[in-house]
Design a protein around this ligand. Structure first.
Ligand code: AR6
Length: 355
């Protein structure tokens, strides 16, 4: 997965380069800076002392010493002064310069903390948005594994409005499902009470209507009649051909239909190039659910088309878990930015999309 958001202490993350949220002296401090210097040992401070400091928005590299990385990239984030003092441009520059430096050092993996979001008080949701924006644009042009390392749950925030909208959507869907369920169960209860009153053995009848009432008893793969795109106005031969189409064949067909190149598609899907080659060459490849959905997002499929594609991989979307409802939220609101979706999934403690 080219961009991953993980919860960890950055000094424990194995990678080619680790980014330090430093200050202009480069001589250490608190927060990430303190943790990195402590874990690296004195050699790091001695090398930093020779660098002559670093301006805000710029980046300089040293060796990694005792850290689990080859290089440390020191960058100086802006202090938050209300948002009108060029803070965003400077923060963007920290990410861009660090990514370019890592590329020049031929790093295949890079770990970032949320620069400026601690002692420098940049609002965390905005700091995260800048990080995701800059890193995801870079990854559209470059191959690298980039981690955004979040120290604790409290230091991770998506926009409050987005969080509230998704929460409302989840609550609504749960309420819908559960009230349907409760209504149906009540009906069954009423029916059974009536039958009992009438002294009639109700078992079979109740069982049947109860199973019809269960909202989450759908099988993972739906019967044909529910996959509308196959049936309407299509010849039997075409239908049979479509049944035979595997997930990987469907994916490649859709990529062509959407006029995308392979690399545009796997990058938009947050899927690693090697994995994509595997899928391309294995007609019977079985993706995980998160990978299958990642491709549906990259292809900007509608909800129905997404369900159709998932079915090829043996999965379904239901309304009985948060992950599926969050995916439905983004698809129905027409937001196919996988990195934003991942921010939201992370905020709700769900698995991320991609592979
Ligand atoms: N691993 C990952 N993230 C961490 C860790 C860790 N070990 N420790 C803190 N964070 P900060 P800044 C998170 O203050 O805002 C230093 O004194 C933390 O929760 O380290 O850019 C420098 O010398 C926060 O979300 O960096 C500068 O003077 C994020 O990392 C000044 O602080 C950044 O917090 C730089 O301030």
């Amino acid at each position: 997965m080219p961009l991953q958001i993980i919860r960890n202490d950055i000094t424990k993350v194995k990678c080619d380069a680790m980014v330090n949220a430093a200050n202009p002296t480069l001589l250490g401090g608190g927060g990430v800076d303190g943790a990195i210097h402590k874990a690296a040992g004195k050699g790091l401070l001695l090398e930093c002392a020779k660098l002559g400091g670093c301006k805000t928005g710029q980046a300089k590299a040293t060796a990694g010493y005792k850290l689990p990385c080859k290089h440390v990239i020191h960058t100086v984030g802006p202090k938050w002064k209300g948002g009108n003092q060029g803070e965003e441009a400077l923060l963007r520059s920290c990410y861009t310069q660090s990514l370019n430096l890592a590329k020049a050092l031929e790093c295949e993996s890079l770990a970032f903390p949320l620069i400026s979001s601690g002692a420098y008080r940049y609002p965390k949701d905005q700091a995260l948005k800048v990080a995701v924006d800059v890193i995801s644009s870079f990854l559209l042009q470059n191959e690298m594994l980039v981690y955004i390392v979040v120290f604790d749950k409290n230091s991770f925030k998506i926009g409050e409005k987005l969080f509230a909208d998704i929460k409302l959507f989840i609550d609504d869907k749960y309420v819908d499902t559960h009230s349907e369920f409760n209504r149906s169960r009540r009906d069954v209860w009423n029916e059974s009470t009536l039958l009992a009153d009438a002294n009639i053995a109700p078992n079979e009848k109740i069982k049947k209507s109860f199973s019809q009432a269960m909202p989450f008893s759908q099988p993972a793969a739906m019967p044909f009649s529910q996959s509308a795109p196959i049936s309407a106005g299509v010849s039997l031969e075409e239908m049979v051909n479509k049944i035979d189409e595997s997930f990987s064949q469907m994916l490649l067909r859709k990529i062509d239909e959407k006029g995308l190149t392979d690399s545009q598609c796997y990058k938009k899907a947050n899927v690693d190039r090697k994995l994509f080659s595997k899928i391309r060459s294995d007609v019977n490849y079985h993706p995980s659910k998160t990978t299958a959905i990642a491709f549906a997002i990259a292809l900007e499929l509608s909800l129905e088309e997404t369900k159709d594609m998932l079915m090829k991989a043996g999965f379904a979307l239901s309304r009985s878990n948060k992950f599926d409802i969050i995916i439905e939220y983004f698809i129905t609101s027409g937001n196919y930015n996988i990195f934003e979706i991942n921010e939201a999934l992370f905020a709700f403690d769900q698995s991320l999309l991609g592979a």
